[in-house]
Design a protein around this ligand. Structure first.
Ligand code: SAM
Length: 325
């Protein structure tokens, strides 16, 4: 039994959000900071273990922990170790803003995390401070060094590419990949319900980066089966690689291999879907595993062909911290 949709896509990669809360205040995501609401609590450890077990028994081989900021959970290390211990999960990945990375990298590696995506939207400390609300650029850079020292198999840096914000920093980012095995990825800004104005002002296509890379001797890399959405480039003089994530590009959704599960227990078939399919009622006991798997199989059949971002339809997504980017 495997997770397949009606468009010939099969799913081996899950992004699992463990909290909506975030300590950063990124200008394109949560500029006023996370506000706690009186609503339900995020999934507890048992609920997380059950959903990860069900997905892994349905063919999911890579799980990425995300949020919000996943590492603000006190039980984060236990969550990671619990998922890493599932025999069918071959790769446990984490997306983080890196605020605890310098001190926790080794602990997370020991817990079983093997692949890290670290958000870093500027290499200029004062700009980083303005974007995120935190003066922690150098701390995050130290964290990246600590992650490389700890032995992570993959360390990627995610920069949301924004006109008038960081579009003049490309060369500085390329330098990071010169002598270190880092994958630096530029992500196109995506429109979300809360930030239509910000999007209009700062969206810029990554096409000009692709052209620059080709001019400067970079060549496209072949994608591996469990790869994420980036188109990667390599260069003989660079240890690392560069990735471009262009969700507005034609055919971006054709090769979609990802499902998302929110910290409130909903299955999201697309980051920009209209609704999440509630599953929390089926996460209350180990005896519900078969029913849960049955529901997941049926729900995934309903995944749409593509998102509607190109026509300005952001679905229900008010910002990415709610579902997990
Ligand atoms: N807190 C973690 C972090 O900072 O990486 C994980 C959650 S964050 C929502 C995941 C990724 O989504 C980050 O790389 C962030 O920059 C990106 N992101 C958030 N809003 C976005 C948007 N509107 N467009 C493009 N990327 C966005």
């Amino acid at each position: 039994m495997h997770l397949n949709d009606g468009f010939g896509r099969s799913f081996k990669y899950l992004r699992l959000s463990v909290t909506e809360a975030c300590n950063f205040r990124c200008s394109y995501c949560l500029p006023n900071g996370y506000r706690k609401s009186a609503g339900p609590q995020p999934l507890n450890l048992d609920e997380i273990r059950r959903i990860a077990t069900a997905f892994s028994e349905l063919g999911i081989r890579k799980i990425r922990l995300t949020g919000g900021e996943p590492t603000i959970r006190r039980d984060f290390d236990t969550i990671a170790a619990t998922i890493a211990a599932l025999p069918q999960v071959h790769k446990l990945a984490l997306t983080t803003n890196g605020f605890r990375l310098a001190t926790r990298a080794l602990k997370w590696f020991d817990a079983g995390v093997r692949s890290l995506n670290v958000s870093l939207d500027s290499l200029d400390p004062s700009k980083f401070h303005r974007i995120t609300g935190h003066d922690r650029c150098n701390e995050v850079l130290r964290g990246i060094d600590a992650a490389l020292d700890a032995g992570f198999h993959q360390v990627k840096i995610n920069a949301v590419y924004m006109a008038g914000v960081n579009d003049h920093e490309i060369d500085a980012y390329l330098k990071l990949a010169k002598h270190q095995p880092l994958s630096v990825r530029f992500i196109e800004l995506m429109e979300t319900g809360d930030h239509a104005k910000f999007f209009k002002k700062h969206y810029i296509s990554t096409e000009n980066i692709a052209n620059k890379l080709l001019r400067e001797g970079w060549t496209p890399k072949l994608k591996t089966a469990d790869a994420g959405p980036a188109n990667d480039y390599k260069h003989p003089e660079y240890q690392g690689s560069i990735g471009l994530i262009a969700p507005y590009a034609k055919d971006f959704c054709k090769s979609c291999n990802r499902l998302r599960f929110s910290s409130l227990g909903k299955l999201h078939l697309c980051l920009f879907g209209e609704f999440g399919v509630p599953m929390r009622a089926l996460l209350q006991s180990d005896d519900q595993l078969d029913e849960l798997k049955e529901r997941l199989l049926i729900a995934v059949k309903g995944k749409g062909a593509r998102h509607q971002l190109g026509v300005g339809n952001t679905g229900q997504t008010s910002n990415l911290s709610a579902i997990g980017g």
